[in-house]
Ligand binder design. Structure first.
Ligand code: SF4
Length: 284
């Protein structure tokens, strides 16, 4: 059986940067908390836990003081920075530069929309950390829309400025924008495609990758929205595509009669995990 790991899968630079900062801080001794999971991958979170990274939720963060906390690549709303400042918490800020720039643009748009009686729209998942960080830039005034059909939530007689969570699908963002433009011909609609190309460029690549093999194993975290989007791309191209989060989830029966296997993953999938999956498949 020929097994190939996709060279373009694996951590994006934002995630690599955050993990590098965590490792660097832990190497120099001392305690480090991560506000939320540093990456949407249970296996990598566990690896970092074993070298001392303590993951906490927002409720726990809001009880801390006099310590060091890492802000992951998704970023945080201004209220978290303010809490840290008031409680002598040193922040290791690993907000991805792409997200940071997006936060600044959303903040500016909120000021403009306030003056024009308009609406800031974030096309993203309610409750996703990046989206919470973006909405926080608007004093929680932004409206979150998760599906292109949900444009009905908006008051289409008023101006609209739309941004996208960095990991949403480009096609869905286009559909949402079209829906809003079609139903609000008289209003000003400004759409900013802020989808990260580290993610969207992988779509055409995986299209091609998934067709080259008899079977595809996609390795990703169960909570990763990016993993879900990219797995769907593989599945649409190759019906023999399987999603696993660890080598233990592989089923030897899938590989009966299979000659070529492609292994790929999300921007949150560590290289070492794809290699472990490949090793396990070789044993079947
Ligand atoms: S997907 Fe893009 S925006 Fe998100 S962390 Fe990676 S590089 Fe940054």
């Amino acid at each position: 059986m020929i097994i190939e790991i996709d060279q373009k899968s694996g951590f994006c630079f934002g995630v690599r940067n955050a993990i590098g900062k965590a490792e660097e801080t832990l190497d120099s001794g001392g305690m480090l908390y991560s506000l939320g999971h540093i990456v949407h991958n249970e296996s990598e979170v566990e690896r970092l836990r074993q070298i001392g990274l303590i993951t906490i939720g927002h409720d726990e963060f809001l009880k801390l003081k006099d310590c060091t906390v890492l802000i992951r690549a998704h970023g945080e709303p201004p209220a978290m920075y303010e809490y840290a400042r008031q409680n002598n918490i040193t922040l290791i800020d690993a907000t991805c530069p792409v997200v940071l720039k997006l936060q600044q643009r959303v903040k500016k748009a909120a000021e403009t929309m306030r003056q024009e009686n308009g609406q800031v729209v974030i096309f993203g998942h309610q409750g996703h950390a990046e989206v919470t960080g973006l909405v926080g830039q608007t004093s929680n005034e932004a409206i979150i829309i998760d599906h292109p059909e949900d444009y009905k939530k908006l008051d289409l007689s008023r101006p609209v400025e739309i941004f996208s969570q960095t990991t949403k699908s480009v096609d869905d963002f286009r559909k949402l924008t079209e829906n809003i433009r079609t139903h609000s011909p008289a209003s000003r609609v400004e759409a900013h495609d802020t989808i990260c190309r580290q993610v969207s460029n992988r779509v055409p690549h995986l299209h091609e990758f998934a067709t080259r093999f008899d079977l595809v194993v996609f390795v990703g975290g169960k909570q990763s929205s990016n993993a879900q989007v990219l797995f769907d791309v593989c599945k649409n191209q190759n019906r023999q595509s399987y999603f696993v989060s660890s080598p233990d989830e592989l089923n030897s029966e899938w590989f009966t009669g299979i000659e070529t296997v492609g292994i790929c993953g999300a921007t949150s999938t560590p290289q070492w995990l794809m290699e472990k999956v490949a090793e396990r498949i070789k044993q079947f």
